[in-house]
Design a protein around this ligand. Structure first.
Ligand code: CUA
Length: 329
């Protein structure tokens, strides 16, 4: 119903109605109190105006009931806002485990999208309806922001780290994709379309685009050979570098005694700033690959490493991707 109001974008994701409900609640509370205060200011200014030069007001001794009333009501309202917002926020921040992965690289001035199956698109994103989609995003240059109003998602896309966003589309259709962070001359042109398709149509689209396309992981495997990673990171653990089998999601012991979880950010840092974190028991001999691998190449390498399996005994490959753990490069 709310989506029929002017200026309100269509609700096309599972969280859209919740975000709108919260938004209208906040607007309603703010409007109510703004009007209440404005009316009281005018009313009291007239009611208690100075009527003559000798006019003296009565002394006021305080009113406990009133004090309690205007303390408890706002406190209650603030708590409702807090828990309601926290609930919506955590839903927005936590992609479901069964979400399909899509990778996004922002650059001046376009959105580059890679699917796990290897299909690539520019300024377009095709997804099936009714399936959670997790976006892992990074930027080649400056800060951009991935914004799809109909899904009520907006996430900054930062150079040098991975951020994530997720949505589950509820209706087939095409929806505007914007860049919502001023990023240079052509910022306003950094737009595109998200196409939500029925699952069968999506499969057809995917296989149509796949001809000749290599899956992300196999492109990563090829890079792994080309860059020579394979000579040290041998599967049998006998190489000069640690084996990467069962690495993603594992807790890694470092030389300085600290531990780190091998998430996307850790894998990325280990490729680009190989000296930043040295695995216990190994020498700091790995060269840096900064400038040698593109952001898309990094995503391919990470996708390949994930095919080597998650931590042993811990189920499948985890896709933990920290958004905040890449400080200190
Ligand atoms: Cu990219 Cu604005």
């Amino acid at each position: 119903m709310l989506s029929r109001l002017p200026f309100i974008p269509q609700q096309a994701s599972t969280v859209a109605a919740d975000v709108d409900g919260l938004f209208f609640f906040l607007v309603a509370v703010s409007t109510f109190f703004a009007l209440l205060i404005a009316v009281m200011v005018v009313y009291f200014a007239i009611r208690y105006r100075r009527r003559s030069a000798s006019d003296r007001p009565h002394a006021i001794e305080g009113a406990l009931g009133l004090e309690l009333l205007w303390t408890i009501i706002p406190f209650g309202l603030a708590m409702v806002m807090f828990f309601w917002s926290a609930n919506v926020y955590t839903r927005l921040e936590r992609p479901p485990d069964n979400a399909m992965q899509v990778f996004v690289v922002g650059k001046q001035w376009m959105w580059k999208v890679q699917h796990m199956e290897g299909v690539r698109e520019i300024n377009a994103l095709h997804v099936p309806v009714g399936r959670p989609v997790k976006l892992t995003m990074t930027s080649e240059d400056v800060i951009h922001s991935f914004y799809v109003p109909a899904f009520r998602i907006k996430q900054d896309v930062l150079p040098g780290r991975y951020t994530t966003a997720w949505f589950q589309a509820t209706q087939a259709g095409t929806y505007h994709l914007f860049c919502a962070e001023y990023c240079g001359t052509m910022h306003s042109g950094m737009i595109g379309w998200v196409t939500v398709m029925e699952p069968a149509d999506y499969e057809a689209w995917l296989s149509g685009g796949k001809t000749g396309a290599q899956s992300l992981a196999s492109a990563g495997e090829q890079l792994f050979q080309q860059l020579g990673c394979v000579t040290c990171h041998r599967d049998d653990g006998q190489g000069r570098g640690p084996s990467l089998v069962h690495l993603p999601g594992k807790t890694v012991k470092l030389q300085d005694g600290q531990t780190v979880v091998a998430d996307d950010a850790y894998l990325r840092e280990s490729i680009l700033s190989s000296q930043a974190k040295i695995v216990a028991g190994y020498q700091p001999i790995m060269p840096t690959f900064k400038g040698l691998v593109s952001e898309e190449g990094l995503l391919q390498l990470i996708a390949y490493i994930k095919t080597l399996g998650g931590p042993e005994g811990g189920g499948g490959a985890t896709t933990a991707s920290a958004t905040t753990s890449t400080e200190g490069h």
